[in-house]
Ligand binder design. Structure first.
Ligand code: AHG
Ligand code: MN
Ligand code: MN
Length: 331
């Protein structure tokens, strides 16, 4: 007899929240899971329907938006604008934060999201993802304001990601460990498949875009050499170019992902609010660590919605070594 328990994400969210958090917060997590299912369906049909290719517009970062970026962004907004649970949202795809329309009630939570991560991989059928984080509003009597988003990652109440890969997975934390669910397409439910995820003690991989080697600081170059010549861990390299997929693989296999400071991009590429902070919270909950190279990403208070941050994330021992070598070689 198979005695693995069958647990849906809805049941898990409900059972792992204290009674005081039942209601808005649990329902908000459900709604994110439902958005993920809708986006997964579209993603899985991407080769069949007219969703591949560029949308013909650029986002605030000046990047070409893909049609699926726009679709995913729209689904998450429309799922959450009218529920009375949020006081505002911010998406990587919008210059300003998104207000809850006047006709709807506002709530006391703030949602940040990267609707489609790894969008350069959409057209070539490589894994992509969604990343989200939830904060509490700074002042629940007011409608959403920019201050609601200028909170460091250690104030996150929940964070998670969805990976649209060979199967669709949703991984989340509310500060009580990291739990992973796989979408069963036949019944349309996310089922618990990875309970209490932890970085394995012995890491296998490091992940970075080596094309930028010449633009890195001395400390970062020294760090990569240390990773390459590590007798204790014998690391191999893997890099997909979709942060969610790279992070997820390293969480399962152990490793470090980095997108460091570069000569012309001192803060690297990744966005603090939508990418680095939520994944750092997940990493810490899984026994790992996310660093700017100088200190915890979770301690960085944003001063801009689209702020970027150098990112080193994964097994704590590997990330701490980056801090040590950067401190030694970069002044
Ligand atoms: P997004 O598609 O949300 O803009 O994010 C892309 C990011 C991230 O997913 C990935 O780690 C990184 O871009 C890859 O950048 P490079 O192509 O410069 O390596
Ligand atoms: Mn992204
Ligand atoms: Mn994106």
């Amino acid at each position: 007899m198979i005695n693995n328990k069958i647990v849906t994400i809805e049941r898990h969210i409900l059972d792992s929240q204290p009674d005081s958090a039942r209601g808005d917060f649990t329902n908000l997590l459900y709604d994110i899971a439902l958005s993920a299912k809708i986006i997964a369906v579209k993603t899985n049909r991407a080769g069949l329907t007219d969703v591949l290719g560029r949308a013909g517009s650029s986002n605030i970062q000046g990047e070409q938006q893909q049609k699926l970026d726009v679709y995913a962004d729209d689904v998450i907004f429309r799922m959450n604008d009218h529920t009375g649970r949020l006081c505002a949202m911010a998406s990587e795809e919008h210059e300003h934060f998104l207000e809850i329309p006047e006709q709807f009630q506002k709530g006391s939570y703030v949602l940040v999201f990267d609707p489609l991560d790894g969008s350069s991989n959409i057209d070539v059928n490589v894994s992509i993802g969604t990343i989200f984080g939830i904060y509490r509003t700074v002042d629940y009597q007011k409608r959403g304001r920019l201050e609601d988003f200028m909170q460091p990652g250690h104030k996150l109440l929940a964070a998670g990601y969805v990976l649209y890969g060979s199967s669709t997975m949703l991984v989340y934390t509310t500060g009580q460990g990291v739990h992973g669910f796989t979408l069963d397409l036949e019944i349309g439910e996310f089922l618990l498949s990875h309970e209490n995820m932890r970085f394995p003690e012995t890491p296998q991989y490091y992940s970075t875009n080596h094309a930028y080697f010449d633009r890195w600081s001395k400390g970062t170059k020294e760090y990569v050499r240390w990773l390459q010549n590590n007798e204790r861990f014998q690391l191999s390299e893997r890099y997909i170019g979709s942060l969610v997929a790279d992070f997820h693989r390293n969480l399962l296999r152990g490793g470090v992902f980095m997108y460091p400071s570069e000569r012309n991009r001192p803060n690297g590429k990744l966005r603090l609010l939508y990418e680095a902070a939520p994944l750092s919270y997940i990493a810490e909950q899984a026994g790992g660590y996310g660093s700017t190279g100088k200190g915890s990403i979770l301690d960085v208070t944003p001063d801009d919605l689209h702020q970027r941050v150098p990112t080193y994330i994964g097994n704590r021992a590997l990330v701490s070594k980056a801090e040590e070598l950067l401190a030694r070689h970069d002044q």
